[in-house]
Design a protein around this ligand. Sequence first.
Ligand code: AMP
Ligand code: MG
Length: 484
Amino acid sequence: MLNFDHSLARELDGFYVPWQAAQPPAPRMAVWNAALAEAIGLTETDQDQLARWFSGAEEVPGSQPLALVYAGHQFGHFNPQLGDGRALLLGEVIAPDGARLDLQFKGSGPTPYSRQGDGKCGLGPALREYLISEAMAALGVPTTRSLAVVLTGEGVWRETPQPGAVLARVASSHLRVGTFEWAAAHKGREAVEQLADYALRRHFPERLGERNRPLALLDAVCEAQAALVARWMNLGFVHGVMNTDNVTISGETIDFGPCAFLDAYSAGQVFSSIDRQGRYAFANQPVVCRWNLYRLASALIEAIVEVDEGDNEAARVMLEQWGARYDRHWIAALRPKLGLTLAEEGDLALGQALFAALEGQGADFTRLFRALGASLEEGYGAVAAECTDPAALQEWWNQWQARLAREAAPAEQRRAAMDAVNPLYIPRNHLTDAALKAAEGGDFAPFSELLDVVTQPFVRREGLERFEHGAPAGTPPHVTYCGT
Ligand code: AMP
Ligand code: MG
């Protein structure tokens, strides 16, 4: 059975309420992640037993379910009282490799933090999170993982009735910027210090010995979030709801409600139906990330200056210089996508010029990078074919060639290196929508196929051509909804 521990319950009294999952009338396994189950040390394989455990019908042996409290800035406005309104933390699993991982249910019924919500989750959104989180993991992006989606046998009402489901997910932890905001708003400095020490022990133990631990935590989260958002930006990922309650301390991607990948590149791309101002638009994500880190800094500042008044200035400078830190991560993640192994100062401008030249060209973001790789052997024509104006990237391409001339690898080897980091297969919006729709109607085959494709994103496989292409002409613009 799973090797549970409950360090959060032991060490963060007051940050949660013990709670039980609602009883699902007829649990049935929809998707099971056998590889992840094995990695966390789960040996049970009977699907009916697993469905009962991972829907809340029977308590998972060794678990101690609880609902975490947090606060958060949602679309810029502070909400002092949020929390697990449809989720439960079962505890931490100590995996066979020693990793400590939260196991959490989503959609397991109302809790004291549900506000007006029903505490439930529809099958579509649960499958969406499963698919995209597993794709992100395969793409090498820090993310929560998905262990199971279990049908509850009950309907949930959104705009229309939907089959209900519980998602079981695995994360380094569920501590968020909003957890710190809640502690600062309701409990004061000592609780913030307690939470900061707990977060450091869990995620950045190497920094526990530093002189100012809350400041060390702020720095570690600034680093982890810079690295994370840089990865998103290089994959065309739009999170969609970067509220501070959806920003992890660990630096993992969390909460895949309205997220989507870019089709045609556009800096201002928004998919979420509720993001009318474009706050969480593609190119705004680093800006918003820094804004969120300011919220973390505000929650930590009393604890920081308690150690040393002068560190107020250190925190200020840290946030002020975050943009440069982000740029370093961004270009470091972009270089291999462009076949660059040496780090040159001009690379940042070269990368930025590529994104600028792409604007308005209708070029599919994912395909474009594979086309760049192909162009090393086939010439600029491979790139021109992706753009509305065939000449749009010519000048940039020439600059890139000049830059590549200072790299040692022969073209063929360089192309292979680029193809190993530029995905062919991502969860394209039209394919995801079609797969979820089929699953809601009882046919899981398209979902299983898409999951298989996007979790092996880099190597071309026979017969999967249709997964490489954008939506067919005439497909309406993709819109995502928050109601998960
Ligand atoms: P999210 O947008 O998924 O990050 O959720 C924001 C907040 O709303 C969290 O505190 C959730 O627990 C809560 N919430 C979202 N949907 C529901 C629901 N159906 N029932 C209860 N609470 C919910
Ligand atoms: Mg959330």
